[in-house]
Design a protein. Structure first.
Length: 245
């Protein structure tokens, strides 16, 4: 399922959402430029960039030496949010941020939304690090922060509908799916993925890691729900289309 747009109009220009998307895209294009045409030197440069600015859990927890890293490990919690592992990774994250971020920004206001987004990303990183404290695999991507946006959107607009492209092989159909169903299913997939990853790691005697940071997604989603109450969205009595608050 590929969400295309929701039916909740935004009352303000989502400048922070657009700015975050632009920044993520620019950083990704820079990553691609480092790799160039896939030469060994380019691959090494792109890899070094990710190891420098990605979040490596064992560096953050002190379970391994920071090595020759120029950045303090704590700062990589921020920088890792703007790195991605490929076109589908950045494209998927930015699509969800574009569809759901404008309404959450509209509710919180620009400044508070920026704080909200970064705090969700940090909470997501903390959740994944807590379960893979000894991992030396860099964690990158905006998924944790975007997950927080999804969690807040679910609370704010459960009655909204999302125009979605449903793909079965070569068959494509556009349908409107309730946001509560789409985001609830998204959360269930992350939860089940996390359980599988956790079970596999336990059976191998390893920390919960893998290519997908399931627990970062779950942590970001739950953090977004909690932070919504802390940051006090404006117009709490405005029950516009799909709004529930």
């Amino acid at each position: 399922m590929f969400p295309l747009k929701d039916d909740v109009p935004s009352r303000t220009t989502p400048v922070v959402t657009c700015g975050l998307i632009a920044l993520n895209v620019m950083v990704f294009l820079y990553q691609v430029s480092l790799q160039g045409e896939g030469s060994p030197e380019g691959v090494r440069a792109a890899r070094a960039f990710i190891f420098e600015f990605g979040l490596i859990p064992c560096r953050l927890t002190g379970a391994c030496a920071p090595g020759a890293s120029l950045l303090p490990p704590a700062l990589t919690v921020l920088t890792s949010m703007f790195l991605h592992g490929g076109l589908l990774h950045v494209g998927g994250n930015m699509l969800y941020l574009w569809i759901f971020g404008d309404n959450v920004e509209d509710t919180l206001g620009h400044g508070r939304f920026m704080v909200f987004y970064l705090a969700c990303g940090a909470a997501a990183a903390a959740a994944q690090t807590a379960l893979s404290a000894a991992s030396s695999v860099p964690m990158i991507g905006a998924s944790g922060a975007v997950s927080g946006v999804l969690g807040a959107y679910l609370l704010l607009f459960p009655r909204a509908n999302v125009l979605t492209a449903v793909v079965f092989g070569f068959f494509v159909r556009l349908v409107r799916i309730p946001a509560v169903l789409m985001l609830g299913l998204w959360f269930l997939v992350q939860f089940l993925g996390g359980l599988v990853a956790w079970g596999g790691a336990v059976s191998r005697g390893e920390a919960a890691g893998g290519e997908t940071a399931w627990f970062a997604h779950l942590g970001g989603f739950l953090a977004g729900m909690a932070l919504l109450f802390v940051l006090r969205p404006r117009d709490p009595w405005d029950h516009g289309p799909g709004r529930c608050w």
